[in-house]
Design a protein. Sequence first.
Length: 422
Amino acid sequence: MAATLDTDSKKGGPLEVEHDEESVKGEAVVSGDYSGAHEKTDPAEIALVRKLDRKIMPILWAMYFMNYLDRNALPQARLNTLEDDLGLKGVEYNTAISILFVGYLLMQVPSNMFLTRTRPSIYMSTCMIGWAAISAATAGVKNYSGLVACRFFLGFVEAPFYPGALYLLLIFYTRKELATRISVLYTGQVDQVKGIVGWKWLFIIEGSVTALIAVFGFFLLPDDLAVTRWLTEDERQLAVERIRRDTVGRQEHPKTWLFCACQNFHISAVSFNAYFRTLVRTMGFKSTTALLLTAPPYFVSGFLGIPFAWSSGRFNERTWHITAGLSLAVVGFAMTIGTTNNAVRYAATFLYATGAYSVGSPILGWVSDTLSQTPEKKAVAYSLVNVTANLAYIYCAYLWPMSDGPRKLRESENENVKLYAY
């Protein structure tokens, strides 16, 4: 075995690995793995990857699902009587959407720097309980000021989760395995399929379920390869060696900023999600029907996104996969511009939702391919990419005014410009 664990690591200290470079270089790597990872025939490694999937992905997916639901509860509440009850006027709803990402951005980089020095299971689960409480408390707001305050602090405590989830995947999976796992995580963005009994109940129920899942997170989330309870000693050594073998030297900083710009355009392209339910309602459907009809495009995008990401990882190709996905989205937005026929407009939602969302995991997988360094450097690089990307949610909230009418011409034109720029 080319790697051995330092005995102190069992006590929760930093992971130390004795690394035999020559033995790593000499290892033959052949055949294929179902996940699109680097080719291999070692049954122990394949079994290890499957065990990691069984233990890590379910709880991480459930937490991300609630993160997405709580963050996007406001657009669902808008289909009910939220604006009338709180007396929202002008761009106040847009501000309530965008202010969440101000808190979100402020916390991401320092959070991931802190995450590398603490136990992810405790830190991420504690943050989840925090956003569950704030989400439930949103049901008690009486005016615009209260709503904005809740949204800001919700973003602040939600910020650690997504980059934290990526960090966990980074330390447990190799670069070529990442895209598929991130794509599975992305399917947590599928919207709920249920009616709304008052917008206040929406926040209360989602907050309560979030808190329940957070409790499981304390016990199910792993912390580090050296102290993962459900791995045997041999599995830990194998896990350490494959990650060390997958780590490359330092890359130049301009590549990080290039990925920041790319991810910013991607997030801009998917900014329609904050207004997607309202957009479907402009097709003449009532609130509950509109909510139900928003689900199929997300299900399709999630279903197709996994093999799309697998293909990208399996063939180690990013550029043309991303180009194909964004081209599909451009076609969808063009269809929205070109007609007022509701059937065609609804069909277009499948195209731009699938196209825009499918490129997310290949982009982040590309970041890992290029910036695969120490865990700390990976964490900071991913945080910088996410911070820059989420700036788009702040300004994009003002690009979707209801005054543009049912065809949403201005927004669709904006989305096409972003996708072409990408």
